[in-house]
Design a protein around this ligand. Structure first.
Ligand SMILES: Cc1cc2nc3c(=O)[nH]c(=O)nc-3n(C[C@H](O)[C@H](O)[C@H](O)COP(=O)(O)OP(=O)(O)OC[C@H]3O[C@@H](n4cnc5c(N)ncnc54)[C@H](O)[C@@H]3O)c2cc1C
Length: 368
């Protein structure tokens, strides 16, 4: 059986980014159940970077990821992964308290957020229906080129010697004599350390390893791509409901990506959109702007997996220090990936962190 220092289970954004961070110093095996990496949550995101998304406990990880995403090291990528978008958080008079809460939550941080006067809202969103008069402007929000980032992590990991094995669902994990024996559909492996980066399946992997699960719950989220008339301006910002009931943003060719911001608890699976959520998305959209929906071009759903306190879980398990959690990335696993991977690498390799983060905030100890 091939032997590795570290076996990472799951080649989504979490597993791929950590593999690239540690492969120069450790022999790394990246194990993926599917035919190709990125099939699940990573390949289904809305692809934005917003410092307010996920709340104040996530913002330090999002902010700490910005420099890497905007100007990655030249040996990693010859171009950045962010492009400016801006976010308009919008609501009616009923969402006054939500607007104030948003402002208060980030008042002590470096996040740029500004309350817009009613007249200024039209500069960002034409066709706004009556009543949508409350808005906060987040200028630094960006689109992320998710596929390019994920591929860059995978290429970098490979270049540094990481072995990537696909179509290899892990079926058994046994810890004996200080090593993990890992049984997969593509053969057996031995590793000193196992990293659980299995996204929606994180608790299932823990149970295979006889480690106490952390109640990481997957929630389904729906996205649809629509053609609208008039077509969406390319400079349209990400438009987010202050009540958390929708968001939409432009895609190439005047199309829009729209979500009803649904959060339906579901077991880990290959998530598919439900007609009801699609209808809710369209209904909410039509209440905000007077644009006509010409047709639905595409719809998809993915899983966002959260620990009970909605913070990611990054660190060794107290029951077995050779089992490392990299899970619970919720709805922010792309925008936080560089900082999360650097934090995980620092904990695994006893390295200094290049930014200030309190690791205990995200450690497994908070559940014990
Ligand atoms: C609709 C939607 C919109 C989103 N929008 C954004 C956004 O705009 N910005 C943002 O930052 N985040 C966003 N997210 C969240 C983001 O996509 C996730 O946080 C991130 O992709 C999680 O990455 P991951 O690697 O943990 O999970 P995944 O990408 O799901 O990877 C986990 C991998 O583990 C593999 N695996 C599972 N079990 C096994 C096993 N037994 N053996 C081997 N492999 C296994 C799976 O096959 C999978 O490939 C969104 C998510 C959704 C669903």
């Amino acid at each position: 059986m091939s032997q590795f220092d570290v076996a990472i289970i799951g080649a989504g954004m979490a597993g791929a980014s950590l593999a690239a961070e540690i492969a120069a110093e450790k022999s790394v095996l990246l194990i993926e159940a599917e035919e190709f990496p990125g099939y699940h949550s990573t390949g289904r995101s809305a692809a934005f970077w917003s410092e307010t998304y996920g709340g104040p406990a996530i913002q330090p990880l999002t902010t700490a990821s910005q420099a890497f995403l905007a100007t990655p090291p030249t040996d990693f990528s010859d171009r950045g992964f962010l492009s400016p978008r801006g976010a308009l958080h919008i609501g009616t008079v009923e969402n006054q308290a939500a607007a104030e809460e948003l402002q208060t939550n980030f008042a002590a941080s470096s996040v740029a957020l500004e309350r817009l006067p009613k007249k200024a809202i039209d500069e960002y969103l034409s066709g706004r229906r009556d009543g949508w008069d409350i808005a906060m402007w987040e200028p630094d929000c960006c689109d992320i080129d998710v596929a390019a980032l994920h591929q860059a992590y995978l290429s970098s990991a490979r270049r540094l010697g990481c072995e990537i094995v696909c179509r290899a669902p892990v079926r058994a994990l046994n810890f004996t004599g200080g090593y993990w024996k890992i049984e997969t559909a593509a053969g057996g492996f031995v590793a000193q350390m196992v990293v659980n980066a299995a996204g929606a399946w994180a608790d299932e992997i823990a149970q295979l390893a006889q480690i106490r699960k952390l109640d990481i719950q997957p929630f389904r989220r729906t996205m649809i791509q629509i053609e609208v008339a008039p077509s969406a301006p390319a400079e349209l910002p990400l438009v987010v409901g202050l009540d958390g009931s929708f968001y939409f943003k432009p895609d190439a060719g005047g199309r829009l990506w729209l979500s009803p911001h649904d959060e339906i608890a579901t077991p880990p699976c290959d998530a598919a959109p439900e007609e009801l959520e699609v209808a809710i998305a369209l209904d909410r959209f039509e209440q905000v702007v007077d644009w006509n929906v010409v047709r639905i071009e595409r719809k998809w759903a993915g899983l966002r997996s959260f620990a009970p306190d909605r913070k990611p879980v990054i660190g060794r398990d107290s029951q077995n220090e050779q089992f490392f959690w990299l899970a619970g990335q919720g709805g922010f696993g792309i925008q936080t990936a560089p900082a999360v991977a650097q934090l995980a690498a620092a904990l695994l390799l006893q390295r200094e962190l290049p930014f200030e983060i309190v690791p205990a905030l995200y450690s497994t100890d908070r559940f014990r």
